[in-house]
Design a protein around this ligand. Structure first.
Ligand SMILES: Nc1ncnc2c1ncn2[C@@H]1O[C@H](COP(=O)(O)OP(=O)(O)OP(=O)(O)O)[C@@H](O)[C@H]1O
Length: 280
């Protein structure tokens, strides 16, 4: 369904030089699969998502959806960002129905369809509220409903839960898994949270940084719906942490400007990773 074949991406920098953000990335995502891209800050996760979304067409290599080239953003792919992007002057119902209005769907039909999606994300009681009257989790639910109402084949999710508190995030993980199991959407999910990637995904692709590459793939074969106490999930988390230790070292050295600093001296500890469920 999504085929990324030896894709490289360079950005022009202010000083006129170019910066290689992605180097020969290849990956395939099957229809209905839930795949996460995981990696340290700056490894190119969002760049990959933007290319698949069709926001940026200047790259080397090929990206195909169902065998066809991506020419522009399309209705088959909808992006959910960390920032919900709801219109502040519209209610939840109006926000969710907005895309259908643009498509010319009549008021009664779009309200019915919007309410259906709003029910699916458990926001029925808040359909007539404005975004500023909602919690962060509610806003992200509304953003998901707004994406789903367009019935895309593919959901591209760029750290959609990164700004939420831990409890809310856990609830939304369950809700997203329910939605995914029910709708069979193909999901490409970007995160730097190891626990989140493992809890949600069929496969986690760990990226390395500068330039961004796919370092390793982890298949998560745990049963659905996922149970956070499943030992298999903990096992995969641990393997991913080990895989990421080198990358973190690179990032920390670069950010601290100190070649002598070593994370590993302190071992790959909970402190460095923010706990088993932590981010990177
Ligand atoms: N428009 C741009 N111009 C120049 N460089 C860019 C541009 N967009 C991204 N980059 C650089 O490309 C690299 C990859 O960025 P990207 O945002 O894809 O990383 P990321 O893994 O999503 O990071 P984060 O987790 O912090 O969001 C970074 O070094 C970033 O500074």
């Amino acid at each position: 369904m999504i085929d990324i074949d030896r894709v490289s991406k360079e950005f022009n920098q202010r000083d006129g030089s170019s910066f290689l953000a992605l180097e020969s990335i290849s990956l395939s995502i099957k229809e209905g699969e839930f795949v996460s891209l995981l990696g340290p800050s700056g490894c190119g996760k969002s760049t990959v998502l933007n290319l698949v979304a069709g926001f940026d067409r200047s790259y080397q290599g090929a990206i195909k959806i169902n065998g066809g080239d991506i020419k522009a953003p399309g209705p088959d792919r909808v992006v959910v960002f960390q920032e919900h992007g709801l219109f502040p002057w519209l209610t939840v119902l109006e926000n969710v129905a907005f895309g259908l209005k643009q498509k010319g769907v009549g008021k009664k039909e779009r309200s019915e369809l919007a309410l259906e999606q709003i029910r699916a994300v458990h926001l029925s009681k808040f359909a007539d509220r404005y975004p500023h009257e909602l919690s962060g989790g509610m806003k992200q639910r509304a953003a998901i409903a707004r994406a789903l109402i367009m019935n895309p084949q593919i959901l591209l999710m760029d750290e959609p839960f990164a700004a939420l508190d831990e409890q809310t995030r856990l609830v939304l993980h369950q809700e997203l898994e329910d939605i995914w199991l029910r709708t069979g959407k193909t999901i490409l999910f970007i995160t730097h949270n190891i626990r989140e990637a493992v809890m949600l995904s069929d496969r986690v692709l760990v990226m390395s940084t500068r330039p961004g590459k796919i370092k390793k793939e982890f298949v998560v074969q745990a049963a659905r719906p996922r149970d956070s106490s499943d030992p298999l999930l903990h096992h995969v988390e641990k393997s991913i942490m080990e895989c990421l230790a080198d990358e973190l070292e690179k990032v920390v050295k670069e950010e601290m400007g100190d070649d002598t600093y070593s994370l590993k001296k302190n071992t790959v500890s909970d402190r460095n990773f923010g706990g088993m469920g932590g981010g990177i």
